[in-house]
Design a binder for this molecule. Structure first.
Ligand code: C2E
Ligand code: CA
Ligand code: CA
Ligand code: CA
Length: 399
């Protein structure tokens, strides 16, 4: 059998902040040495694999053998950590390791083996720091399914099978449409409209989300421009666009956004960028980027607010304009007085910090009335309208 270990190195946030990226590179070299000191049998191979990943290839090694190597690597790196120990930084890195072992068959390509290790690595990372996970059958099925969807998504992007639907956001005070949220759909030639819940997570995992998000951003801006020209009395109409954490981290993101705005001819002030609460945790440099976007004139919203367990005091460091109260709280409200208290607390806190609130997923008149009495300003949900295709959304504005 042939085994592969994919190793992902994660720096603790403060390390690069404190010592800079050059020190980070030095540190990666040390780790490479630590890994190489373990993997020294003839025929074994260690290589850098992308920025902060290493790949270890172990011929004639079964699963227990590969696990032993993974454990030794962890110990060697822990020791390298100890050498670095100082008063400010106690541990420098953690390792996640994905292990895959295959009995080479004629039809097994190196690509598949790496994809399997990558899948295991993904599991290891999702379970916390310093773990290794061995690829198994269940993952194999999942991995194959993901590879298939990834292929399909790539093709879909080329063939322009994606489209945007638009859900109105209304003022809860007078019922007027103040904007739309752009929601992506996959117009699958066989399956019809596919929900983003099905393909966005895979697009995120495979990195395809970035090119997809740029298409979405451009498309939504074009639609807004068209509406501004066609419906002059809707001059202040906003377009809300969902951004993925990955997209925010992309180099040159701010410049690219600026270029699209110029090209299409819409003002940043009429675009609201929605960022999920969870991406605040996953994106260390987010503060800098958000300040940049804010300075350009964008409005910023925190999406799915209340599900990510972050405190409003921490979020207050960021230049946020809007909180979108997660659908689950609106849903809970009608059944449980505690739900009402939570929504009320969010609205009051937001008002005190000059942030406005949008409630998601309003489905009943009772919910609407409750939210009105809590002074929530804006809302969105099936009660007003489902997400509509461009045509139907235009008709709504023409009324
Ligand atoms: P989200 O950003 O929280 O979007 C709101 C979701 O709630 C949408 O689902 C919308 O159709 C649904 N919804 C709206 N009103 C109601 C209601 O009254 N009741 C119920 N039960 N649901 C309602 P959708 O379009 O399936 O999107 C799911 C998620 O996929 C979005 O959640 C968002 O996280 C992601 N997504 C959608 N479009 C994009 C996109 O263009 N880019 C990115 N990065 N993510 C997207
Ligand atoms: Ca990493
Ligand atoms: Ca959203
Ligand atoms: Ca949401």
């Amino acid at each position: 059998p042939l085994s592969v270990i994919l190793i992902d190195v994660d720096f603790f946030k403060r390390y690069n902040d404190t010592y800079g990226h050059q020190a980070g590179d030095e540190c990666l070299k040390k780790i490479a040495q630590a890994v190489a000191s373990v993997v020294k049998r003839q025929g074994d191979l260690v290589a850098r694999y992308g920025g902060e990943e290493f790949v270890v290839i172990l011929p004639a090694t079964d699963v227990p053998g590969a696990v032993r190597v993974a454990e030794e690597i962890r110990l060697a790196v822990a020791e390298a950590n100890l050498e670095h120990r100082s008063s400010t930084v106690r541990e420098i890195v953690s390792l996640s390791q994905g292990i895959a072992t295959l009995i080479p068959r004629l039809d097994t390509s190196p690509d598949e083996l790496i994809a399997a290790a990558d899948e295991a690595l993904y599991y290891a990372k999702s379970r916390g720091r310093d773990r290794y996970v061995v690829f198994d059958r269940k993952m194999q099925d999942r991995s194959l399914a993901i590879m298939q969807v990834e292929k399909d998504l790539r093709l879909a992007l080329e063939r322009e099978e994606f489209c945007l639907h638009y859900q109105p956001i209304v003022s809860l005070i007078n019922g007027e449409i103040v904007g739309f949220e752009a929601l992506v759909r996959w117009n699958h030639p066989q399956r019809g409209l596919v929900s983003p819940a099905e393909f966005i997570p895979i697009a995120e995992q495979t990195g395809l989300i970035t090119s997809m998000s740029w298409w979405i951003f451009h498309q939504a801006c074009c639609q807004l421009r068209e509406w501004q020209l066609r419906f002059p009395h809707y001059q202040t109409l906003m377009m809300s666009i969902n951004l993925s954490g990955k997209q925010l981290e992309q180099l040159g993101m701010v410049e690219r956004v600026d270029r699209i705005l110029q090209e299409v001819g819409v003002a940043a002030s009429s675009i609201k960028l929605e960022i999920t609460e969870s991406s605040f945790k996953e994106t260390p440099a987010l503060g800098t980027i958000l300040n940049h976007l804010k300075a350009m004139g964008f409005q910023l919203a925190i999406d799915d607010f209340g599900t990510g367990y972050s405190s409003l005091s921490r979020l207050h460091q960021f230049p946020i304009d809007t909180l979108k109260i997660d659908r689950s709280f609106i849903n809970q409200m009608s059944r449980d007085p505690k739900g009402v208290a939570i929504v009320e607390a969010i609205v009051i806190l937001a008002q005190h910090t000059n942030i406005n609130t949008i409630s998601e997923g309003i489905e009943t008149i009772a919910q609407l009335e409750q939210l009105q009495s809590l002074n929530c300003e804006f809302g969105q949900g099936y009660l007003f309208s489902k997400p509509l295709d461009s045509h139907a959304a235009s008709a709504l504005l023409a009324q």
